[in-house]
Design a protein around this ligand. Structure first.
Ligand SMILES: Cc1cc2nc3c(=O)[nH]c(=O)nc-3n(C[C@H](O)[C@H](O)[C@H](O)COP(=O)(O)OP(=O)(O)OC[C@H]3O[C@@H](n4cnc5c(N)ncnc54)[C@H](O)[C@@H]3O)c2cc1C
Ligand SMILES: NC(=O)c1ccc[n+]([C@@H]2O[C@H](COP(=O)([O-])OP(=O)(O)OC[C@H]3O[C@@H](n4cnc5c(N)ncnc54)[C@H](O)[C@@H]3O)[C@@H](O)[C@H]2O)c1
Length: 491
């Protein structure tokens, strides 16, 4: 599969044979790795360009280290919530051990094992900063300082992720704020931590560092936490954080920061409220594309923008079927599992087009990432956990669907009562009344994340409610929430 009409030389002036590949992938996070593995396995010679660590943000500064920080307090809380087991819990969290375990989950910020895996799947690695230099051409400023021009016969895939975005406030530089990187990799527990932002990173990191021993103040500028979720989610998560000792302040906008003494505390001025004094401040205020230096202008796109893709992950407005995107950079659903799904879809689409085979781009077809619009699952690993898939009630209504919400107290099912004394939780199903299928589900409560995949299957497979009725949950598990929701719906 190497010869293609109008091949390498047409696009990559001066390229040597060694620099001509079938597929060039820029960015070695989970989507980039998966895409490269799959195109290579299908017989397309693939090269991966990575400027930092193979494995990307997720492995070293996001999913893995953050969950390594959050699992120990969740385990401790779970044991404390069970009569008879509670007595065996002596003492609190061993912060040093948690940090050491986190370091191990982040592989000590070394990518040797990932590089070894790449070698095992026969994907070539070029270390350096890649950028487009016109159609099908990528120039890499290598780690050694040289330049390498790579030409793609079939496809270039941009899997370059996202970066934390911090607001431009007075005193920001002087304050030396943490971004999600420092929040997931810091070696010491600050006495006082201010967290700005009530989104997913904000609530998870507030929970983690409070459990590790910091006194955390969480400042959210809106009226509640996790604003894109069902309203009860933010309320229950805020309640859980407050119970853990976090000071949660809503309607709190930071206007200015000061750290007059370099080794002293940072002061955050908060509009309409008391100033916050902390030893460190984390800005968990969202992400940006970070595509400024990716050569997008050489193919008619705008540097800095997110990549707009069609459902086969082909970048829009670039002629010739050769430019793809997967992962955060597409802004479709900024989660590792969705990025990997996009990578699987994109790889299959690239292979089909390279072979001249038909592309199945019908909704839910083999070569489209339909789930990005219909069935994105996400778990927030706070205590209580929050888990959702598909549309919230508001989003479903905004999409013009005729829907009904079905709510139930998760704490009242037998499995939850056994799971934890005084279990607090809630569940909501959003039913499309015209098709009688589930279009969204949300669960909040300890261990709720493990309830999610059943809902993801129901939403993605569009299982009729009448058939879901026959999916009997085992007694006494928390999954009995499904029976209660269906009974409530049927009345
Ligand atoms: C604190 C935190 C916790 C998270 N927790 C979860 C979670 O629990 N579950 C979940 O599903 N998601 C989670 N996420 C989101 C998840 O981390 C991202 O969705 C995921 O990392 C996206 O993968 P990606 O490959 O698109 O981007 P990245 O992981 O950012 O990888 C992109 C890679 O491209 C490289 N790169 C960029 N530009 C270039 C270039 N020009 N040349 C060469 N290489 C380049 C970068 O060095 C990087 O290695 C979390 C995010 C954060 C910030
Ligand atoms: N468990 C998980 O799945 C998980 C965990 C962490 C992150 N992530 C992903 O990473 C991405 C980034 O998360 P995030 O929390 O950084 O972004 P986010 O968009 O979820 O939340 C950012 C929050 O910051 C607020 N904000 C923005 N500017 C502000 C300002 N100047 N002052 C105060 N508040 C401000 C926003 O209103 C928003 O509520 C998300 O897409 C998320 O899906 C996932």
């Amino acid at each position: 599969m190497t010869d293609r009409p109008g091949g390498a030389e047409e696009f990559g002036a001066g390229a040597t044979d060694a620099d001509t590949f079938d597929v060039v992938v820029i960015g070695g996070g989970p989507p980039g790795e998966n895409l490269a593995e799959r195109t290579q396995a299908a017989g397309l010679r693939t090269v991966l360009v990575e400027r930092e660590l193979v494995g990307g943000e997720c492995s070293y500064w996001a999913c893995m280290p953050s969950k390594a920080l959050l699992r120990p307090p969740a385990a401790l809380a779970a044991a404390r919530a069970v009569p008879g087991a509670r007595a065996a819990v002596r003492g609190g969290l061993a912060a040093e051990e948690v940090l050491a375990s986190r370091d191990a989950f982040a592989s000590g910020w070394r990518d040797d094992s990932q590089v070894e895996w790449l070698r095992s799947v026969r994907v070539e690695l070029v270390r350096g900063q890649g950028r487009l230099a016109g159609p099908r051409t990528v120039v890499v400023t290598t780690s050694e300082g040289g330049e390498r021009r790579l030409v793609a016969r079939h496809a270039v895939a941009l899997c370059t992720g996202s970066r934390a975005t911090l607001p431009d406030l007075p005193g920001m530089a002087e304050a030396r704020p943490w971004s999600s990187r420092e929040a997931t990799s810091a070696a010491r527990v600050p006495d006082r931590l201010a967290v700005v932002g009530g989104g997913v990173v904000g609530v998870e990191m507030a929970a983690a560092w409070q459990a590790l021993g910091a006194s955390v103040t969480l400042l959210a500028r809106g009226s509640g936490l996790l604003p894109h979720w069902e309203p009860f989610v933010g309320e229950l998560v805020a309640d859980g954080l407050a119970r853990a000792g976090v000071e949660v302040r809503t309607e709190a906008s930071v206007s200015e920061l000061r750290r007059p003494d370099d080794s002293g505390p940072v002061v955050l001025e908060v509009s309409g409220g008391n100033a916050v004094i902390a030893d460190e401040v984390l800005f968990a205020t969202g992400r940006r594309a970070g595509t400024e230096n990716l050569g997008l202008e050489t193919v008619g796109l705008t540097p800095g923008d997110w990549l707009a893709t069609d459902d086969t992950l082909r970048v829009r407005d670039v002629p010739g079927d050769w430019l793809y995107g997967a992962g955060d950079v597409t802004h479709r659903a900024m989660l590792t599992h969705q990025g990997k799904y996009q990578a699987r879809v994109a790889a299959e689409a690239i292979v089909a087009r390279a072979r001249g085979e038909a592309v199945d781009d019908r909704t839910w077809g083999r070569h489209v990432a339909t789930a990005d619009q219909r069935a994105v699952p996400q778990v927030v690993f706070t205590d209580p956990e929050a888990a959702s898939v598909g549309l919230t009630l508001d989003a479903a209504r905004a999409a013009g669907l005729r829907v009904r919400e079905v709510d139930y107290d998760l704490g009242s099912v037998a499995g939850a009562a056994l799971y934890a004394e005084g279990y607090r939780g809630r569940a909501r199903a959003v039913v499309d009344l015209d098709r009688e299928v589930l279009v969204g589900a949300t669960f909040v409560g300890s261990g709720a994340g493990e309830l999610l995949h059943a809902a993801t299957i129901a939403v993605a497979a569009e299982v009729p409610i009448s058939r879901l009725w026959h999916a009997v949950p085992a007694y006494p598990t928390m999954s009995e929430i499904w029976l209660r929701l269906l009974e409530t719906y049927r009345g």
